[in-house]
Design a protein around this ligand. Structure first.
Ligand code: SF4
Length: 439
């Protein structure tokens, strides 16, 4: 019988993603134009995953706003944020309620500040009855670039749109660019704002240090090109290409050998930088790691769920490592997801089942049919893994039942080594028949 409810969907609403995009900009305060719960829910997830508190403002819409509109609340919220935190930017994201009311956020926010105010307001439309957290991230990032980017002198830099990845991933990608000596602008950068060091001397700024400087977002129109690490976050890259002729490269996420090779080649192509030995050695270590664990991992059935760019990249990596990816599932539909998995199936003679736009109830049913010795996904998959009786290797967002996952990278050659070690140790640490571990 057809189901008319969703059960345990591994996705969140648009403001969640928009807030993460805004939190990667230095001096930017996210402002949710909606009811209190629409900001509590993202803040709760940020606190659980990153173990950091997040300054997220809210216009606190209540019943009267549904009748009279939310202009008064939004105006007051903007003035409160300005007087308390004096941010460089306020990034507004709308919600189910403010979109249904039909508030003209651009007009309201324009009227809320003086014409000569240096504080900029970024209005992003993020209605949560369509799309997911990834749509919200994409919409907010595009709004940032559309509002701020300006043509100027060429800057010889490469823009990197991160999408929703962890601070550890951003640090690893930065490390690769540093080794390749490539100047860059990250759009945006949560590596410090959501992984904040405690510094000596009682340094406690009102808003966290780090994040992309607004001046760098302005300058993103003058870069050599833009690489979107997650294609779901690619519309700002397309905007920069159409408006300022900054080449956009929307390639698979750099996880595993082939995808990281592609990423390195794209960096090299855009910047003209040669690929240094240090990068080649990291690649060699990844290959060595795959050889070292091959007898443990060959043919292992693995089921993967999460955001589409990460899932399709991990499916490819598992196939590269000789494993057998049986199920690939994402709650966010994206045009590249199924073709990515089908390409892996053709290349590696695998038979990965593709589940798109569905939930973990469906995922579990297919996993029980197709088999899995290991599940990869976020914390929402814990019950599925427990029911099926296999280990869960946690990646993505949110991970709230383990600490520190956000600190480490699963990207680039080094991050892929870490991910493969995690998978192998999960298999070795589980109560499988030792005779079947090919020792
Ligand atoms: S789904 Fe809508 S009502 Fe619920 S938290 Fe998100 S924006 Fe608010």
């Amino acid at each position: 019988m057809a189901r008319s409810v969703t059960i345990n969907p591994p996705k969140m609403c648009q403001p969640m993603g928009a807030i993460l995009a805004y939190m990667g900009v230095h001096g930017c305060v996210p402002l949710v134009h909606g009811s209190q719960g629409c900001s509590t829910y993202p803040r709760y997830n940020i606190a659980r995953h990153f173990r950091e508190s997040a300054e997220v403002a809210v216009s606190s819409l209540a019943e009267d706003a549904a009748v009279y509109g939310g202009a008064r609340n939004l105006t007051e919220a903007i003035k409160n944020v300005k007087s308390r935190l004096d941010p460089a930017l306020i990034g507004i994201c709308t919600t189910c309620m403010s979109e249904t009311i039909g508030d003209d956020v651009k007009l309201i926010s324009k009227k809320a500040i003086a014409p000569n105010d240096t504080m900029r307001i970024i209005p992003a439309s993020t209605p949560s009855y369509v799309g997911t957290h990834l749509t919200g991230y994409d919409n907010a990032m595009r709004a940032l670039v559309e509002t701020l980017a300006l043509k100027g002198e060429p800057n010889n830099k490469i823009n990197i749109i991160t999408g929703i990845i962890n601070p550890g991933d951003i640090r690893e990608i930065k490390n690769m660019l540093r080794i390749m000596n490539v100047r860059n602008i990250f759009l945006s950068d949560i590596s410090e704002t959501l992984d904040t060091p405690i510094m000596p001397g009682g340094h406690r700024p009102l808003l966290p240090d780090g994040g992309t400087e607004p001046s760098d977002i302005i300058d993103s129109a003058n870069s050599l090109g833009t690489i979107a690490i997650c294609r779901t976050a690619g519309s700002a890259a397309t905007y920069l290409q159409n408006k300022f002729k900054v080449s956009a490269l929307l390639a698979p996420a750099p996880i595993g050998v082939a995808n990281t090779d592609k990423f390195v080649r794209n960096i090299s192509m855009l910047s003209g930088a040669l690929i240094p030995d240090e990068i080649k050695k990291d690649r060699g270590r990844l290959i060595d790691c795959m050889v070292d664990v091959h007898h443990y991992m060959y043919g292992r059935k693995v089921a993967i769920f999460g955001d589409p760019d990460l899932v399709s990249a991990i499916v490819r990596f598992c196939a590269e490592a000789g494993m057998n990816p049986t199920v690939a599932m994402t709650a966010t539909k994206h045009k590249d997801f199924a073709p990515d998995i089908k390409a892996v199936n053709t290349e590696y003679k695998t038979d990965t089942q593709i589940l798109e736009g569905t939930d973990l109830y469906e995922f579990q049913k297919v996993v029980e049919t197709q088999g899995a010795e290991l599940i990869l996904g976020n914390s929402k998959g814990k019950d599925v893994a427990d029911d099926v009786g296999v280990p869960l290797v946690r990646f993505g967002f949110p991970v709230y039942d383990r600490v520190g996952v956000y600190r480490y990278s699963i990207m680039g050659y080094n991050g892929s080594i870490y991910l493969l070690d995690l998978m192998t140790n999960a298999i070795l640490g589980h109560n499988y028949d030792p005779d079947k571990l090919h020792q």
